[in-house]
Design a protein. Structure first.
Length: 295
């Protein structure tokens, strides 16, 4: 018998992930704060739950994919949240990107309530979610991780248990540090190349074949050339993530000077009203620093 999965948070990432779980044969009940988004899951063969209680009742696996630490906390521990309604022994997988210390604390509460918690933030963006090829960095117990392999396989390609509860979020914080830094340097390179009138499409093609090549270049380079910053991954979420990595590094006594600089540039982009752009929209601030954004 296929597992029943409750999927809470059907946004840019959650909806395509939930659809892939339906395609893999799971019985998926979706809940979304704005109910209309759950209809798209129902059309794809899942079902729409009106409340978290309805979604999680009797579910074998409960998934959350919401923006930030307070959102996960509310969905888990709220009066009508997961802990109030989940069956003992259910696995709780949190795919959201949140603070490692909060993930550890919430995993403890979930365990106390008889659930099997796995923090499992993802990387690969909306295309990775649609194609079911996300990288998933998991924190939790080995047995719980092994038992959830069928769920992870339906949404991801590189799936690694990196340590106990919270460790997945720590690895994700490092991921976000590297991605933001890469985007910042790619934006600087594009502004530099344009200043010299270089044929930028050709330039990015050849750069992509050498040591400067990266998935960031592949996925974000053309967006910068086209000034096309529809999300994708919203800058305000990356701003959240730079806050997470900055605080966690400080706590660990680790200096991340390049990360701190990029965090400020991300913050500036958000403060200029561009938090809704894709994170490649960091380009707008990098370009403005050189006064090149006037035409
Ligand atoms: P999103 O499109 O904004 O979706 C967030 C979902 O969470 C929406 O369905 C939203 O409901 C729901 N939600 C927000 N606050 C809630 C609350 N307090 N209670 C219940 N539901 C709530 O965000 P996303 O891009 O899918 O990102 C989700 C998570 O994945 C974030 O932690 C993000 O950092 C991470 N992530 C995103 C990407 C990416 O490329 N987008 C990649 C990797 C990781 P409404 O529809 O009512 O707003």
């Amino acid at each position: 018998m296929s597992k029943t999965i409750a999927f809470i948070g059907l946004g840019i990432m959650g909806l395509p992930m939930a659809k892939n779980l339906v395609a893999a044969g799971f019985d998926v009940r979706g809940f979304n704060r704005t109910p209309a988004k759950a209809d798209a899951l129902a059309e794809a063969g899942g079902s729409a739950a009106a409340t978290i209680a309805e979604a999680v009742a009797g579910a074998d696996v409960i998934i959350t994919m919401v923006p930030d630490s307070p959102d996960v906390e509310a969905v888990l521990t709220g009066d009508d949240g997961i802990l109030a309604h989940a069956s003992t022994g259910a696995t709780w997988i949190d795919f959201s990107t949140i603070r490692p210390d909060v993930a550890t604390e919430l995993a403890g509460k979930a365990k106390d309530a008889g659930l099997k918690p796995l923090d499992a933030p993802v990387s690969g963006g909306e295309p990775g979610a649609i194609d079911g090829v996300l990288s998933i960095m998991v924190g939790g117990d080995q047995a719980d991780f092994d038992a959830a392999a069928d769920v992870f396989d339906a949404v991801g390609k590189t799936i690694v248990l990196v340590g106990p509860s919270g460790a997945g979020q720590t690895v994700k914080a490092a991921n976000q540090l590297m991605v933001a830094g890469n985007i910042g340097l790619l934006a600087e390179a594009v502004v530099f190349l344009e200043a010299y009138g270089v044929e930028t499409g050709a330039a990015l093609q050849v750069l992509g074949g050498g040591l400067a090549g990266s998935k960031v270049l592949d996925q974000k380079g053309q967006k910068m050339l086209d000034r096309s910053f529809d999300p994708g991954f919203r800058l305000e979420l990356h701003h959240k993530d730079m806050g997470i990595v900055t605080a966690a590094a400080r706590e660990a006594g680790v200096a991340i000077p390049l990360g701190a600089t990029v965090a400020q540039l991300v913050a500036a982009t958000v403060q200029q009203g561009n938090g809704g752009l894709d994170h490649s929209g960091l380009f707008t601030v990098i370009e403005a620093l050189s006064g090149k954004n006037e035409n």
